[in-house]
Design a protein around this ligand. Structure first.
Ligand SMILES: C[S@@+](CC[C@H](N)C(=O)[O-])C[C@H]1O[C@@H](n2cnc3c(N)ncnc32)[C@H](O)[C@@H]1O
Length: 325
């Protein structure tokens, strides 16, 4: 049984909770991703809030609750939360593998029902076919390809026919900019991780290599849509943007703190520590690192070069997906 003091990493379940200040990291990440997609209203969705009848919404792998707390601020939702006694309530549920990051003292009074749930395991049967909208986001560094193969049928079972799944994910590593998601090919690991010394090569020797070592979907944005289709989902739309880091930011962007680079650094710190512990850290590939001191120096050099010299990007995709009627 998890206690509030244990992280999922200590429990051996979730790789990124080694990151210090994980809650703060998730909050900042949510804000810069939302801004990157240009969302003012997070629910720019084909979901009709004016329609009479109960609506059920679920945030899976809710983390710090950033998305669900944004949803409850929407006026059409706020006035129909279950504690308001509205005739047509909007019932909100959230779950995560771990309860440690979820702000129950804030969400309980709003009537948000939180439960502990591994998305790769069956959900309670009474929830099957009950949800109008499910959100899941940023699990590309949490679920293996086998894990997605288990999670997608579970999510499918939870949705009503015609229900929507909203999902945001990174394309796993960093790259030069792409024009659209269609420019992301399915490649094998050797295409992503090679022995060059550019910031992309060095960053991917940590990001892509640790994704590969953990059997996550390397090049997520290209590999995931066929999995959705195999699980009988229909993709209604996809938005894509390239998140810039460091020197790749525009002059306007450079006047604000580079939270995205802080986030990337935290990812790379976690990934490189994990690879070093497996005696498999090379930055770039071909240049083996064997001590903590070398690891820290290589990471500092890399972050400084991204900030001051080359810059790089991470692709992010947001899909609106439907369980067909
Ligand atoms: C990167 S965080 C994203 C949190 C949130 N979705 C967001 O966008 O800010 C990933 C979350 O997934 C949770 N998680 C990891 N593996 C999971 C699993 N198998 N089932 C459910 N949740 C999982 C972690 O505990 C963590 O809170």
């Amino acid at each position: 049984m998890a206690t509030q003091n244990q992280t999922d990493f200590e429990l051996g379940k979730y790789y990124l909770d080694q990151t210090p200040n994980e809650i703060q990291r998730l909050e900042l990440q949510y804000a810069f991703i939302k801004a990157g997609f240009g969302h003012r209203d997070i629910l720019e969705l084909p979901l009709d809030f004016s329609k009479a009848g109960e609506l059920n919404i679920l945030d899976i792998a809710a983390g710090s609750g950033a998305w669900i707390l944004d949803v409850v601020k929407i006026p059409q939702v706020q006035s129909r939360l279950s504690p308001t006694g509205a005739a047509d309530p909007v019932n909100i549920f959230a779950c995560d593998l771990s309860p440690t990051k979820f702000p129950k003292s804030v969400t309980d009074p709003l009537g948000i029902h939180f439960f502990v749930q591994d998305v790769t395991k069956p959900f309670p049967e009474e929830m099957y076919g009950t949800f109008d909208l499910i959100h899941i986001g940023l699990l590309c560094f949490a679920l293996t390809s086998e894990g997605w193969g288990q999670a997608l049928p579970n999510i499918h079972r939870l949705l009503k026919p015609g229900g929507l799944l909203l999902q945001t994910e990174y394309n796993t590593g960093v790259s030069p900019p792409k024009k659209s998601i269609a420019d992301i090919p399915i490649c094998d690991i050797d295409t992503y991780v090679n022995t060059g010394s550019s910031v992309v090569d060095r960053a991917n020797s940590i990001m892509m290599w640790s994704a590969y070592r953990n059997d996550f979907l390397v090049g997520f944005c290209a590999r995931y849509p066929p999995m959705l289709e195999s699980a009988s989902f229909t993709i209604l739309s996809v938005k894509y943007f390239d998140l810039p880091y460091g020197a790749a930011r525009s002059n306007d962007q450079r006047s604000t703190p580079d939270h995205a680079l802080f986030n990337l650094e935290a990812f790379m710190d976690t990934g490189s520590r994990s690879l070093l512990s497996q005696d498999d850290l090379e930055i770039p590939r071909g240049h083996k690192i064997t001590t903590e001191e070398e690891r820290k120096r290589a990471l500092e050099d890399l972050v400084r070069d991204i900030r001051d010299k080359e810059g790089c990007f991470s692709g992010l995709a947001e899909w609106v997906i439907q369980k067909p009627l």
